[in-house]
Design a protein around this ligand. Structure first.
Ligand code: NAD
Length: 498
C-alpha cells in the first residue's frame, strides 16, 4: 500500500514513525497510509523554509509570479487527475471537486497581481525636502493548517498569495485527504519554484504543535473546526505569532413570505446537501417566516431530498457522496437521534441508507427536521452532515435576532423579493458573509473570506485584500536630502508642518 510522505526542500522525504489510514469513504476501504511528521521532520521543513527566505523575499515580485502563471497552467492540464484524487479521498462528487479546484485557481489569479498589490504608497514633500513611502514586506516563514473538506481550494487560499508576497511556507494539510494537496504542491515545483519556498508536512497535532512552538514560524493561517481554531489562535498569539484561525459554522437561510419558493427550495437543496453537508458555508438551518412558508417549503423539499442521487463520489452525475469517515457517519447519525429525542419532527430520515455495491461506504441520506427550536443541540451545534433544520419564526426581526444570538457567524442568506428587507437584513445581521437570494455567498478571490463571532479568531479575513495584509508587514520610510551647502541647527521640539 502506498505510503504518502512529505515534500521538504523540493524532495519527497520520509519522516515520522506513525502513519494514519486514508480511506476511500465511498467503499470504506483503506487506500493509502500517510506518514505523521514528527518533531524532527517538521523542524527540517522549518529549516528549509528559513534557508529559502532571504533569496525568495528579494526575488522581484514579477519573477515570483511568473512561476505562479506556469503553476496555474499545470493545474489546468492535470485537472482530471486532481479532481479524481479529491473525490476518491473525500467522497464529494467529481463535479463538486472540479468546482472547488476552479475556486482555488481563482486565488492564483489574484496572487499573480502581487507586483501591483505590493507596490505601496508614496508621498513627495511630506515636509521640507522630505519624501515618504510605505511598502509591504514579507512576514517570513508562514505556516498553513488546513481541513479535509477542501483539500485543493483551502491550501490555494493560502500559499500562492503568501509566496507571491515573498514569504516561504509550510503547509500541514488534513491527514484525511492528503493526496490532491500534495500533488498540487508538486506541480508548483514543476513550475519552477525554488526548493524550500513551499514545504508540505503531513501529520496531526504533533506536527501542528511543533509549528506553534517554533520561534521561526512568524504567522499561521488555520482553517478547521472552532475548538482547534481557538487553540491555534491562543497558542500562536501567546507566542507572538500573527494568527488568522477560521472555524466552524451554523449557517441560516431566512425564507420570507414573498420569496420565490421554487427557487429558494432548489437553492437550499444544493446548499444543505451538496458535498454531503461538509462545507463550512453549508446551509444547515432554514428560518421560515410564518407557518405557511414553512409548510410550503417542506412540501417542496421532501420529494427532492428523497430523490437525491447518492453514490460513490468518483461516479459522474450524482448529487451527493458519502461522509468522510465511519466515525463522522456515526456522529451525524447520533445528532439525528438526538434531534428526535429533543422533540424535533424528523420529516425525512436518511439514516440506514445502503448504496448497492458500496455497502461499506460511509453513506447517509439527506435528513430534514421541522419544528426545531434554539435550545436543541441539532440547532446549536455544527453537525457537518446532510441535515437541514427548519425553525419557524413570526417575523423578519425574530429571524435576525435568532441568527444574531447564535455563537457562529460564518455565512447566512435571505430569500426575498423585497429590496427593503434585503437591505435591512444585510445591515443588521451579525455574520461575516451574507447572501441575498444567493445561498452560498463565498466571496470571490479578490474579496476576502471570513466569518464573525466564533467562526473566526483574528483580525483579518482569508485571501484577497485581507490576505495581502496578513502575509505582509508595512514598512514606512521617511527620507530627507538636504541641499549640501545648507546646515541646520538642532531642533528639540517635535517636528511638524504647522
Ligand atoms: P479539524 O479542526 O479537525 O482539522 C483541521 C486541521 O487541524 C487539520 O489539519 C488537522 O490535522 C488539524 N488538527 C486536528 N486536531 C488537532 C489538534 N488537536 N491540534 C492541532 N491540530 C489539529 O477540521 P476538519 O474536520 O478537517 O474540517 C471540518 C471543520 O472545518 C468544520 O468545522 C468546518 O466548518 C471547518 N471549516 C471552516 C472553514 C472556514 O473557512 N471557516 C472552511 C472549511 C472548513
Amino acid at each position: 500500500m502506498k505510503i504518502i510522505t512529505h515534500l521538504i526542500n523540493g524532495e519527497m522525504t520520509a519522516g515520522g514513525n506513525r502513519t494514519s489510514a486514508v480511506f476511500n469513504p465511498s467503499t470504506g476501504n483503506t487506500i493509502r497510509q500517510v506518514e505523521m511528521a514528527d518533531t524532527t521532520t517538521v523542524q527540517n521543513a522549518i529549516t528549509a523554509a528559513k534557508a529559502a527566505l532571504p533569496h525568495w523575499r528579494n526575488t522581484p515580485p514579477v519573477k515570483r509570479v511568473q512561476i505562479l502563471f506556469r503553476f496555474k497552467q499545470l493545474i489546468e492540464q492535470h485537472e482530471e487527475q486532481i479532481i479524481s484524487l479529491i473525490s476518491e479521498e473525500h467522497g464529494k462528487t467529481l463535479e463538486d471537486s472540479a468546482g472547488e479546484l476552479k475556486r482555488g485557481i481563482e486565488n492564483i489569479d489574484f496572487a499573480v497581481g502581487a507586483p501591483e498589490l505590493l507596490k505601496g504608497e508614496y508621498s513627495r514633500n511630506v515636509g521640507p525636502e522630505i519624501d515618504s513611502w510605505s511598502d509591504f514586506h514579507a512576514v517570513g516563514v508562514v505556516a498553513g493548517i488546513t481541513p479535509f473538506n477542501f483539500p485543493a481550494m483551502v491550501p490555494l487560499w493560502m500559499y500562492p498569495l503568501a509566496i507571491a508576497c515573498g514569504n516561504t511556507f509550510i503547509l500541514k494539510p488534513s491527514e484525511r485527504a492528503p493526496s490532491s494537496t500534495l500533488f498540487i504542491a508538486q506541480l508548483l515545483h514543476q513550475a519552477g519554484l525554488p526548493d524550500g519556498v513551499l514545504n508540505v508536512v503531513n501529520g496531526d497535532k504533533e506536527a501542528v504543535d511543533c509549528l506553534l512552538a517554533s520561534p521561526d514560524v512568524k504567522a499561521i493561517s488555520f482553517v478547521g473546526s472552532t475548538p482547534i481554531a481557538e487553540y491555534i489562535y491562543s497558542e500562536g498569539t501567546r507566542r507572538g505569532k500573527r494568527v488568522q484561525a477560521l472555524g466552524g459554522a451554523k449557517n441560516h437561510a431566512v425564507i420570507m413570505p414573498d420569496a420565490d419558493l421554487n427557487n429558494a427550495a432548489n437553492a437550499l437543496m444544493g446548499a444543505a446537501y451538496g458535498s454531503c453537508g461538509e462545507r463550512c458555508m453549508a446551509i444547515s438551518v432554514a428560518v421560515c417566516v410564518g407557518d405557511q412558508v414553512a409548510d410550503a417549503l417542506i412540501e417542496k423539499l421532501k420529494p427532492q431530498i428523497n430523490g437525491l442521487k447518492i453514490g460513490a463520489g468518483t461516479n459522474r452525475g450524482l448529487d451527493m457522496g458519502p461522509l468522510i469517515t465511519k466515525a463522522h457517519l456515526e456522529k451525524v447519525s447520533d445528532y439525528v437521534t438526538d434531534g428526535l429525542k429533543s422533540g424535533a419532527e424528523l420529516v425525512v430520515d436518511g439514516r440506514n441508507l445502503s448504496v448497492t455495491g458500496h455497502e461499506n461506504g460511509f453513506f447517509i441520506g439527506g435528513c430534514l427536521f421541522d419544528h426545531v427550536t434554539p435550545e436543541m443541540r441539532i440547532y446549536r451545534e455544527e453537525i457537518f452532515g446532510p441535515v437541514l433544520c427548519v425553525v419557524r419564526v413570526p417575523s423578519l426581526e425574530d429571524a435576525i435576532a435568532l441568527i444574531n444570538a447564535h455563537e457562529y457567524g460564518n455565512g447566512t442568506c435571505v430569500f426575498t423579493n423585497d429590496g427593503e428587507v434585503a437591505r435591512l437584513f444585510a445591515n443588521e445581521i451579525e455574520v461575516g458573509m451574507v447572501g441575498v437570494n444567493v445561498p452560498l455567498p463565498v466571496p470571490v478571490s479578490y474579496h476576502s473570506f471570513g466569518g464573525w463571532k466564533r467562526s473566526l479568531f483574528g483580525d483579518l479575513h482569508a485571501y484577497g485584500p485581507d490576505g495581502v495584509r496578513f502575509y505582509t508587514r508595512r514598512k514606512t520610510v521617511t527620507q530627507r536630502w538636504i541641499k549640501r551647502e545648507r546646515h541646520e541647527a538642532a531642533q528639540f521640539y517635535f517636528p511638524s508642518n504647522h
